[in-house]
Design a protein around this ligand. Sequence first.
Ligand SMILES: Nc1ncnc2c1ncn2[C@@H]1O[C@H](COP(=O)(O)OP(=O)(O)O)[C@@H](O)[C@H]1O
Ligand SMILES: [Mg+2]
Length: 258
Amino acid sequence: MTDAAPLAIETRGLDLWYGDFQALYGVDVRVRAGIITSLIGPSGCGKTTLLRCFNRINERYPNVRTGGVIRVLGEDIYDPSVSLIELRKAVGMVFQRPNPLPISVYENVVFGLRVHTPRGELKRAALDEAVEKALTEVGLWKDLKDRLHDRATTLQLEQQQKLCIARLLPLKPDIILMDEPCSALDVEGTRAIEELMFELRGRYTIVIVTHNMAQARRASDECVFLLLGKLIEHSRTADLFLSPKEARTAEYIEGRYG
Ligand SMILES: Nc1ncnc2c1ncn2[C@@H]1O[C@H](COP(=O)(O)OP(=O)(O)O)[C@@H](O)[C@H]1O
Ligand SMILES: [Mg+2]
């Protein structure tokens, strides 16, 4: 990965406040396209907050204020010309607990397409194709092709989480944000999601929040270490774990705090 690789996300001087509480301080981060980047650091350091800046979903909280610049795919996402809907199609998000809608597997996958396409323009064949394509991409097609009309909430948790990734894909995202996507899963489920991340890598830029050092080490190309709302170090994963540049990074990965 050279420094010339295109950037998927770039922030400059990113500050964020929840009311009077400042949660991010002058974060400059450059996320390269097509790789897996982990956000790591102790609980409360701002990982989720930073992740949620990248598709402006933080704004769902009433008292959030941000300062600085956030560019996604080269565009300033606070520019008035940017459509929030288009931004959130391009930058999909997966949460800690799988949260499929309590409707069928099929309808979960096409939900976004239905929301974003004018009525009547979606033909059954196109929807069927989108479902097969998305479920194939996340490795669920074989298991679920005969269960497409089962309620998604009856699936195993691992399948539910894969479905939550699958339902982003018909919208053709460039970036997939994952906030501790394995925290509700067992070891097998965790491994399955990590394998899926590797499958998706290259076609999508993946940013994952994890408090699990072993996961960051196994599953990411680069790691961003945050502490008390500040970016302390951003390195290739092997470098961060083997020869961290910052003493505070070394202390964290040695388990001295967090
Ligand atoms: N909606 C909110 N309102 C007020 N404070 C918040 C809110 N969300 C998070 N915080 C605070 O911001 C800091 C960073 O939180 P968060 O980004 O969730 O950390 P992490 O994901 O690293 O555990 C914490 O001190 C947390 O208490
Ligand atoms: Mg968090």
